[in-house]
Design a protein around this ligand. Structure first.
Ligand code: ARG
Ligand code: ZN
Length: 860
């Protein structure tokens, strides 16, 4: 049962205290059964506090069986069992053995936390607090344990039984049962424990470490997927090599295992030696996976692998410090992907993601510092702020001290704190130690929420013939920050004059730049290049200046964003005046870009027209129908102006080879962009090209884009496209996720379509990937979700209500998409309020959902 939110306590950072008791080692026993699994834990318990006090073991949704201390049954008077755990009132001495036994029902566990059933397997998810749904335990990250795990189960159901570390023994038992014993030599907190059992196929590879050790790599999949693992193996080996080359970090066990799981609440999980993955982030082949999914697989495999050091060997003291492992590990996987692909393109993608998802979170009701001050339900804090902004703060550190010093700092941090649970302070001070100096104001990044807004004022000084830029951090009062500001100066023709990296510590900075000539002509300045700190700028550059940067900024990332800003400026003006403003500067910039010869993937990004949400967030306008009208007008204008160019681009890149190389990925992306614009031609004469592309596709990126584009432009062919796609892929659940999503992602009135799709036999509300495909995609489609009549809000809240009973994490995550409702027009905020209050009154309101509802309702 879900525990009621009104009674769920708030955990406060300032209240943290070390665990009075620790369990440095345990023996775990599982007698597996889909419906009645018996779990027994045998702990070594030691006192850590000054004197003996009651011992609390966390436990949720467990059926208590027995409790023993040093082998003797404990008197029932001496402990209390409640829905959140067991309180042992009188622990007898400072160290003893504690044996606790309970039962669980994995088949009924739809929360996908703890031990649960997915497809034909049983598996676990324990971060952050799932272990307490498996067995009574001191379930907190600063309680590090040595695990020995015995699993027994029917061989016909569970031919494969896995846990962390090394396989010690296996034997046949009576009655068709088998037993295996696993031991993990590295102490770890409960959240890194994993167990997997079921009918799985094993695929195998190996990796030789720099020091010559041979590591066995295994990926376990359900039957039928064994041909889809080679890209994941390659990604893993690249990640292992990169961590050695970059940071000197080797893998520490002889075996590394990955399991692909169909039903998974998030992307993946770094359990020691036994990573569990959402199947969509492991399985891929050229026929069924897009270029984007290949790149996600590369990044997430690396991310989880990198956690072995940043997260597992050095772990967290408490959950407030989640960003210590997540921000750092995201930064490491970003860096890795930059090295494996194209640094500018990778940075563009990351900054786009940050701006589209993290900036709004930071400016909305869910805003929190990367080190949250309090939480009710930790699951709600696996946020883009903790992850992506956290990564930006780590990147900032690397900008401030340089990447070479950063490498030294990381090595120092890992060697100093190996085997411990620490806080961001240990990380920051290691970096300072490596740099040889302190970094004032750096720590405030952990405490200050919201994206800093820096205003930039320019003035001309006649005396010195200089231009003076005054930068002001408008929100610095309580927490002044330190910034790395990467600057370039250009002349009016776009010639690069100077480059400089400045450190701004505190609320203000003043930059003096020589005028371009004796008449005081103003130079063109590019600030925070490649987003060298996670800031928003309030800087009134003229469109002419921005255009120069959009054409020639030598930093490809800033060049890209300059062009985007040109587009946003046009929207801002057009929304204000109520008509399409002069578009020529945008057309000119595009015209100039043809034939420059930028790298193909880069160029495809450059040409991509920003989406509705991006535009709306950037110009702070939530009138989606108006923006949409302007957006269509603009794309049609580009389309008809450059028909010939797009035809050529399409033709030149039409023939691609279905492999994952930079060149071929670039070709696919470029021809898709060209096709996209052509489809917006009002004559609709190019639609047959998309129809052809879908039919002749050799790679999923071609097949899926064609269908999506036909849907977006509301082509007469769209039904055929959707049906054709379904017929071809109806047996592949991962591809169907894309199919579900494509039908609700763009356009108005997609709720009706979603209502039909959720009745589809292949839809399943218990599968998070399906929930993401249908409900999240719909809620990210502003034309449908924020429709004036409120139908989007009613639709979604009804599904959240169902999910609250099934999977509270999913329910809460969906509810966060209501965050921007207070900014909407007309009755929308009122309707949202009514819907959310309805949810808050649910009889079985989960802790997860209750916390998110409370926060959003507070803003309404
Ligand atoms: N540690 C995992 C990762 O980032 C994610 C765990 C997410 N857990 C959650 N409850 N949302 O690699
Ligand atoms: Zn992570």
């Amino acid at each position: 049962m879900t525990s009621s939110s009104s009674t769920s306590p708030v955990h406060k950072l300032e209240d943290y205290r070390p665990s009075p008791w620790l369990t440095p080692s345990l023996e775990l026993r599982f007698d597996l059964d889909l419906h009645l699994t018996v779990v027994r834990a045998d702990y070594e318990v030691v006192l850590q506090a000054e004197k003996i006090e009651p011992l609390f073991l966390n436990g949720e949704s467990l059926e208590f069986l027995s409790l023993r201390i040093d082998g003797a049954i404990v008197d029932p008077e001496d402990y209390q069992v409640s829905p959140t755990g067991i309180l042992i009132l009188y622990p007898p001495k400072e160290s003893f053995r504690l044996t606790v036994e309970n039962r669980i029902c994995p088949a009924e566990n739809t929360s996908l936390e703890g031990l649960y059933k997915s497809g034909s397997m049983l598996c676990t998810q324990n971060e952050p607090e799932g272990f307490r749904k498996i067995v009574y335990s001191i379930d907190r990250p600063d309680n590090m344990m040595r695990f020995r795990v015995t699993i027994s189960g029917e061989e016909s159901l569970f031919p494969v039984m896995l846990s962390n570390g090394n396989l010690l023994s296996e034997k046949q038992l009576e009655g068709g049962k088998r037993e295996v014993v696993w031991e993990d030599p590295f102490p770890k907190p409960s959240y890194l424990f994993a167990l997997v059992a079921g009918e799985l196929l094993e695929t195998k590879d190996s990796f030789q470490t720099g020091s010559g050790r041979q590591i066995t790599l295994k990926i376990f999949v359900e039957k039928g997927n064994e041909e889809k693992v080679s890209f994941a193996f390659d990604s893993l080996k690249k990640a292992m090599k990169w961590d050695e080359d970059t940071f000197g970090l080797e893998y520490d066990l002889d075996l590394f295992m990955i399991v692909a799981v169909e039903d998974f609440n998030m992307g993946a999980m770094e359990n020691k030696g036994l990573n569990l993955f959402n199947a969509k982030l492991v399985l891929a082949d050229k026929k069924s996976a897009t270029d984007e999914s290949f790149e996600s697989i590369l990044a997430v495999i690396a991310h989880e692998y990198f956690h072995n050091w940043t997260g597992n060997r050095v772990t967290l003291r408490n959950w407030f410090n989640l960003t210590l492992k997540e921000g750092l590990t995201v930064f490491r996987d970003q860096w890795f992907t930059e090295d494996m692909t194209d640094p500018a393109v990778k940075r563009i993608k990351d900054v786009l993601f940050l701006k589209e998802f993290q900036f709004p979170e930071d400016q909305g009701p869910m805003s929190h510092p990367i080190l949250p001050k309090s939480y009710r339900e930790m699951n709600n804090f696996y946020t883009v702020t903790v992850y992506e902004k956290g990564a930006e703060v780590i990147r900032l550190v690397s900008e401030l001290i340089g990447r070479e010093t950063f490498k030294k700092g990381l090595k120092l941090y890992l060697s100093k704190y190996d085997g411990q649970g620490v806080t961001f302070e240990e990380f920051v001070s290691s970096m300072e130690e490596a740099a040889g100096h302190s970094i004032p104001n750096l720590r405030n990044w952990y405490h200050r929420g919201g994206t800093p807004l820096l205003s930039v004022q320019e003035k001309y000084s006649k005396d010195s013939n200089e231009w003076i830029l005054d930068l002001l951090d408008t929100g610095a009062s309580e927490y002044p920050l330190v910034y790395s500001n990467s600057i370039a100066v250009f002349d009016r023709e776009g010639k690069l004059l100077t480059e400089e990296k400045r450190i701004m510590s505190g609320a203000r900075d003043q930059i003096r730049i020589a005028a371009l000539d004796s008449k005081g002509t103003k130079p063109i300045v590019s600030l925070f290049r490649s987003l060298s700190s996670p800031v928003r700028l309030d800087y009134n550059q003229s469109d002419e200046e921005i255009q120069v940067l959009a054409k020639v900024e030598t930093d490809g990332v800033s060049r890209f964003f300059a062009f985007q800003n040109l587009i946003f400026d046009w929207f801002r003006k057009s929304i204000a005046s109520g008509r399409e403003e002069n578009f020529s500067i945008i057309l000119e910039t595009i015209a100039d870009s043809f034939g420059v010869g930028w790298e193909k993937t880069y160029y495809s990004f450059y040409l991509s027209f920003p989406g509705l949400t991006q535009i709306s967030e950037n110009i702070g306008c939530y009138e989606f129908t108006k923006i949409q009208k302007l957006r269509v007008w603009a794309i049609q204008n580009i389309s008809t102006t450059f028909t010939k160019n797009f035809q050529i681009l399409l033709e030149e890149n039409r023939k691609t080879i279905p492999i994952q190389t930079k060149e071929e990925i670039g070709k696919r992306k470029l021809k898709n962009i060209a096709l996209y614009y052509l489809l917006y031609d009002p004559s609709r004469k190019f639609e047959r090209l998309a129809v052809m592309e879908q039919r002749e596709a050799k790679h999923m990126s071609e097949e899926v884009s064609a269908m999506k584009f036909l849907l977006e432009v509301d082509s007469k062919e769209k039904e055929n496209a959707v049906n054709l796609f379904f017929e071809k892929w109806k047996k592949d659940s991962l591809v169907l996720d894309v199919w579900f999503a494509a039908q609700v992602t763009a356009g108005e009135d997609r709720c009706k379509i979603a209502e039909n799709l959720e009745k589809h036999p292949q839809f399943n509300i218990r599968n998070p990937n399906k929930v993401r495909s249908l409900y999240f995609s719909l809620a990210r489609n502003p034309l449908s979700f924020h429709k004036e009549d409120g139908s989007g809000y009613t639709f979604l809240s009804e599904r959240i209500k169902r999910l609250n009973e099934i999977n509270p994490q999913m329910a809460a995550a969906l509810t966060k998409l209501y965050s921007p409702v207070s900014k909407q027009k007309g009755n929308l905020p009122k309707i949202a309020k009514r819907e959310l209050e309805g949810l808050a009154a649910l009889p079985n309101l989960s802790k997860e959902l209750g916390e998110v509802l409370g926060t959003i309702l507070n803003s309404l």
